[in-house]
Design a binder for this molecule. Structure first.
Ligand code: MN
Length: 250
């Protein structure tokens, strides 16, 4: 819901410099290899490019009954894979960009060439967001502890109030997008983005995120997004969220 703010000039300059400097024959070689490979048309096609599908840190049925196995399998093996295929296709002739990580690309969108910027924004965004999403979930309900619990209380008054506001951001996002708990300027903030736009592109560091695209919940919850958001609290891996928070700049 927040408006986009430009990323810092320093990041853009740093990004371009590092990208160009890091590109060696290795990266060019892998790009040449990728160019020779056929366009990945099926979800099961192997990755040919800088990105590949990460393994889920748990089984497809591990988040039952809150997130059903069929949804998890389709979401991971088809939707996430499709973002990866499209991202790799977009970067096929972009050796310098291919040397950057997904997060670096999202942080430097303004310096990405016009011809591939939208593809990078949507598909590298989709890859980075989903890779993040799988990691902040897990079987077994947990709650925040330690410094994160204290920061949530400080920012939102209580854990319950945080959940209420986060759910409002998730259900209030019109159409497809994400709800986020981000660190921005050293403070915890609840935000949401449209489509596959990423907090990384907007100067924030995500610590918790919820995919509110219909593909994330429609099989089990149909159009009732609030029930899906309510179920999400049963599968948040707060240990991973705490690690994200600890790693975020203060
Ligand atoms: Mn998704």
């Amino acid at each position: 819901m927040h408006s986009s703010s430009p990323i810092s000039r320093r990041d853009v300059i740093k990004g371009l410099g590092a990208g160009v400097a890091l590109v060696g024959l290795g990266a060019l070689g892998s790009t040449a290899q990728a160019a020779a490979a056929p366009v990945a048309a099926s979800a099961a096609a192997p990755a040919s490019g800088p990105f590949s599908l990460p393994k889920l840190p748990y089984a497809y049925d591990a988040l039952e009954p809150h997130l059903d196995a069929r949804t998890m399998e389709i979401h991971h093996s088809r939707h996430h894979q499709a973002y990866i295929n499209n991202a790799n296709a977009a970067l096929r002739d972009q050796a310098a960009l291919s040397a950057l990580t997904g997060i670096q690309l999202l942080q430097r969108l303004p310096s990405v060439p016009d011809a591939v910027r939208a593809a990078v924004r949507n598909n590298v965004g989709g890859h980075v967001n989903h890779s993040f999403f799988w990691e902040i979930m897990g079987p077994g309900a947990t709650v925040p502890t330690g410094a994160l619990a204290a920061a949530i209380d400080k920012a939102f008054g209580s854990f319950e109030e945080f959940k209420t506001r986060f759910a409002a951001a998730a259900t209030g996002r019109f159409g497809s997008g994400w709800a986020w708990l981000n660190v921005r300027g050293g403070a915890l903030v609840i935000e949401s983005t449209a489509n596959q736009d990423s907090p990384w592109s907007d100067g924030a560091v995500p610590v918790l995120g919820l995919d509110v695209w219909e593909h994330a919940y429609y099989l089990k919850y149909q159009n009732v997004r609030p029930d899906y958001v309510k179920a999400f609290w049963n599968v948040v891996n707060w240990r991973k969220v705490e690690a994200n928070f600890t790693a975020a700049p203060v």
